[in-house]
Ligand binder design. Structure first.
Ligand code: MEV
Length: 324
């Protein structure tokens, strides 16, 4: 038997603009995770057992564009295995689905790790992330790759997608990924609207806006990129208070991109009125989660007001100092 876990994530700054080559900052959220167990099966075939999405089926019956099936097939192909052994792949997750917290990426990463370990050939992180990225295309259409990256490396990342004029890749190919220094830890409250939302749709809608008026939206994406750079600097020098207004400014630009929603705006307003230093939606938007930057004194008040304003679930995570 072999097993693996992968964390959820939140985008701190830069979602959507990251699809257009601007940088973004994201952190893992260890309180939620996807877990995969691979075991030998008594029955022939590769059995996918994913109770959270009511899926219990044999691999050959699943269409090739189903993300979970595509990941499994891709792993076998990379291992050079063409005759599939009898296996059961059990997938569970505490990451809310379609919530902007990277549940698809975490499931992919955990499958890739558990399956490659089962055959005593654990893949390096770069391969894990690259294979998860292939599945992200089925979930997201045109993903930047930030979700699979932060979930695979499980550390704070400053990310620029590959093929971007400013993201030439750390080794000349692939995305540009750096871990940023966190001089002073800071605490984020994550509020879930409980409204499932498709990242594919919101990314597609932003693409249609951009196609209709590229100069306008390039300016908006540039403004988001500036916010991300300022936020990274503030985190690196420990000026945490600066992050609050930057979150507010990033949220306003996401509203302009039409990816917020009444529920998200309500939670963002509730967090601010409870004393959060700043708040914004996180991820694809239109539903899913928002984040608020809090001081330790205001943390409980923000949690309480988010619940009162309709948050289905509230998590708290502290972004800790970490090495490059
Ligand atoms: C999703 O976590 C972030 C988006 O920018 C999509 C992507 O980058 O693939 C909305």
């Amino acid at each position: 038997m072999s097993s693996a876990s992968a964390p959820g994530k939140v985008v701190l700054f830069g979602e959507h603009a990251v699809v257009y080559g601007r940088p973004a900052l994201a952190v893992p959220v260890a309180q939620v995770h996807a877990d995969v167990e691979v075991s030998e099966s008594a029955d022939a075939g590769v059995w996918i057992d994913a109770p959270d999405i009511d899926l219990y089926t044999e691999l050959s019956t699943v269409p090739p564009d189903q993300p979970i099936a595509s990941v499994i097939r891709n792993v076998f192909q990379n291992l050079g295995i063409s005759t599939f052994p009898p296996l059961t792949i059990r997938i569970t997750s505490t990451i809310p689905l379609a919530s902007g917290m990277g549940s698809g990426a975490a499931v992919s990463v955990a499958i890739i790790r558990a399956l490659s370990c089962m055959f005593d050939r654990p893949f390096p992180d770069e391969t894990v992330s690259a294979l998860a990225f292939e599945a992200e295309k089925f979930y997201h259409g045109t993903p930047s790759g930030i979700d699979n990256t932060v979930v695979t490396f499980a550390r704070p990342v400053y990310f620029i997608k590959s093929n971007s004029p400013i993201g030439r890749g750390n080794r000349g190919e692939g995305p540009f990924i750096e871990t940023f220094q966190v001089k002073k830890p800071f605490t984020i409250v994550i509020g879930d609207t409980g409204v499932p939302a498709s990242t594919k749709e919101s990314v597609g809608d932003v693409r249609r806006l951009w196609q209709a008026d590229p100069p306008r939206w390039e300016k908006v994406f540039d403004a988001v990129g500036d916010i991300v750079q300022q936020a990274r600097r503030a985190i690196e020098v420990g000026e945490v208070d600066v992050l609050g207004p930057l979150m507010d400014a990033n949220h306003a630009l996401l509203q302009e991109m039409t990816v917020s929603s009444p529920e998200l705006d309500q939670l963002v307003a509730a967090a601010r009125s409870a004393g959060a230093l700043g708040a914004k939606l996180s991820g694809g938007g239109r539903g899913g989660n928002m984040i608020a930057l809090v001081t330790l004194e205001k943390r409980e008040q923000v949690e309480a007001l988010l619940r009162a304003a309709g948050a289905r679930r509230v998590l708290v995570t502290t972004v800790e100092s970490c090495q490059t």
